[in-house]
Design a protein around this ligand. Sequence first.
Ligand code: CU
Length: 417
Amino acid sequence: MSLSKIATLLLSSVSLVAGHGYVASIEVDGTTYGGYLVDTYYFESDPPELIAWSTNATDDGYVSPSDYESVNIICHKGSSPGALSAPVAPGGWVQMTWNTWPTDHHGPVITYLANCHGSCADVDKATLEFFKIDAGGLIDDTDVPGTWATDELIEDGYSRNITIPSDIAPGYYVLRHEIIALHSAENLNGAQNYPQCINLEVTGSETATPSGTLGEALYKETDPGIYVDIWNTLSTYTIPGPSLYTAGSAATATSATTAAATTTSAATTAVATTAAAVTSTAAELEASTQTRVTTSESSAPTPASDDTSQLNQGDADPLDGNSAPATTTTTVVATPAASSESSPSSGVLSGACSQEDYWYCNGGTAFQRCVNGEWDASQSVAAGTVCTAGISETLTISAASTRRDSLRRHLARPKRH
Ligand SMILES: [Cu+2]
């Protein structure tokens, strides 16, 4: 063992209290693969060959926004490609499981693919062009700081399922999976990115070759989904990075007007999804492989009940204010193959519904009802009230928490790392 490694080992044992995480195992179309156990393998002279990329992030640390234009953001600090790759069919699935995740490190969970144009084992990571295939953001902001994709991940045993687009051309790809922790993101350069990469070999004979974005161009430190105060109520949250690629869509979904994308997973049924009812002018489509639904990149005015007049005391919040135009929301309803209802949390629903007379509360501020098999028009809740987000048999309306509440929470929150 080198002196530098010993020094790193000593340092890392000191900083273990940080208690972040890394992807410890990966399941691909039913086969389980080991992750790069950075706190072990980094210190071994002959670590195992893996599909996972190695890193030197032995402190379980993160990449800062100030590092977004460096190679560190691509697959974490000091990363090198995995020697192996896992075969996966178009429409197949990948489950990324973290060893742990701190409950207060709320934020989006995002996954990309990039074609290696040959083996990924010796690819130059700086040439990889990533397209987004899965993203979860703010699920429900009823109770600040809200329920986030990280909270879902923790609930699901520190894991997230990702569907490979069903039309992707065969070849070797890097899958870049990432948590962005936003608990300090009200500060410029306060977000924390935790990227993790693995190699896949997409099989089959499909033909789609979505265009992508270089890792060093994915984010900017002032992106609205990066520099954001989650300790205040958010009327919307913009998942960072380029638009989501969905099978059958153009590579750049931002120009789509109306599209109906249907993706059905092949052979496996465990996490097969059907994407339906895409109605959009712009933006982010996100569909997780479970019974999640999705938000959009649309902006909406701050709810009228949110009194900003007195309590906004210099508390910089880039999403505050009423200047953002309301735009059409994008909704992708991900439904398990076994059918049934999804549980949307944000975005206006349209089209068919299966649970007659059920209510859908959209982000606490608007509601719809399933009438004659279709979602009716969205209506706002009364000023000063909120509904409990999600689909349910009864619509629960309660008094809105005030700005003062969230400000107090903001000021009283514990010290964070
Ligand atoms: Cu931390």
